[in-house]
Design a binder for this molecule. Structure first.
Ligand code: NDP
Length: 298
């Protein structure tokens, strides 16, 4: 698993180990239970049943200024790692039965009204959607390998959990009573609890029972079925924390702080429906904001 040391990776590793699986992390840092990128390139993929890529430079890294070098790192940390892993799978003498890429919902154009499912057509329209295009294209396996290795792409919304992601940066200001809506607050806020995302990844890793893998990847939207706006999220987080949320942050401030190209992930949003995820029978532990935020805060 690449990116396994991160926020989602730690949750996934815990869940897989609880189910009795052995997990090897591919990391920039050597260590027990890990291999490095260099080792992956020189020695190939160790025998395994499934592979997942979760690597990626943090998009909201507060320590980095939004500039060309940061954008380059956002792309290379995702596209190059995905390419390295898909090439290692293709070159393996015994490829895994599943290959899962976790990308994002930035491929769907922000809108207050449009609803997107996994079947929605999309073409890149800005920097982040171009990133998703290149990222997902890098995951594609050659046709002969795709006959035996199931390819899955999971597109999560904001991943909510105690130990990382957006919540880690939001909890303190909200605790201090400094939380508020971002931009207009009317924008959709697609989200998922980290343990549900880990559950969706685990299901994606399971081998297909009867049908042979298809040459194109199966896509699953990794979002909770509840459709919420940023206003609803803000008010619910304030309610669960018992803190006021009366200080809205205007869109132009977000643009100035983060750079408009990435502020869009907070000031705009998409109504994303997890149609195929629900059809697959996946049972969410946290289908609504109240249950997800209570678990995180308590
Ligand atoms: P993290 O920020 O926790 O990072 C995951 C891992 O990526 C790190 O542990 C690190 O592994 C590796 N990494 C970080 N920077 C770089 C870099 N510059 N080059 C290569 N590898 C790097 O990510 P999350 O767990 O939050 O997210 C996992 C994936 O899901 C990411 O690709 C992210 O874009 C995507 N995603 C996340 C969302 C969220 O809300 N968290 C929302 C939508 C998508 P190591 O140090 O071991 O090399």
């Amino acid at each position: 698993m690449r990116g396994g040391s991160g926020f989602v990776g730690r949750e996934l590793t815990r869940l897989l180990r609880d189910k009795g699986h052995e997990v090897t992390l591919i990391s920039r840092q050597p260590g027990p239970g890990k291999i490095t990128w260099g080792e992956l390139e020189s020695q190939g993929l160790p025998p395994c049943e499934g592979a997942v890529n979760l690597a990626g430079e943090n998009l909201i890294n507060p320590l980095r200024w939004w500039n060309e070098s940061y954008k380059k790192d956002l792309f290379s940390s995702r596209v190059d790692t995905t390419k390295a892993l898909s090439q290692a799978i293709a070159a393996s003498s015994s490829p895994p039965h599943s290959w899962v890429l976790v990308s994002g919902v930035a491929c769907y154009k922000p809108s207050l009204t449009a609803q997107y499912t996994e079947d929605s057509e999309w073409t890149p329209f800005d920097l982040l959607s171009r990133l998703v295009k290149e990222w997902e294209a890098a995951a594609l396996l050659p046709e002969n390998v795709a006959k035996t290795t199931k390819q899955v792409i999971i597109r999560p919304g904001a991943v909510l959990g105690r130990d990382g992601g957006a919540m880690k940066q939001m909890l303190l200001p909200f605790w201090l009573g400094l939380g508020g809506t971002l931009g207009s607050g009317r924008q959709p806020f697609p989200w998922i609890h980290v343990s549900d995302l880990a559950g969706i990844i685990v299901r994606a890793l399971e081998p297909l029972a009867d049908t042979p893998p298809s040459s194109s990847p199966q896509v699953f939207n990794g979002v909770a079925p509840a459709l919420n706006t940023n206003y609803e999220f803000t008010k619910e987080l304030g309610r669960v924390l018992r803190r006021p949320t009366i200080l809205p942050v205007p869109g132009f401030v977000m643009n100035a702080l983060l750079g408009s190209e990435r502020a869009v992930i907070l000031t705009q949003g998409q109504k994303v429906i997890p149609k195929r995820t629900l059809e697959s029978g996946f049972q969410y532990n946290y289908p609504d904001l109240t249950s997800a935020l209570k678990e995180i805060v308590n």
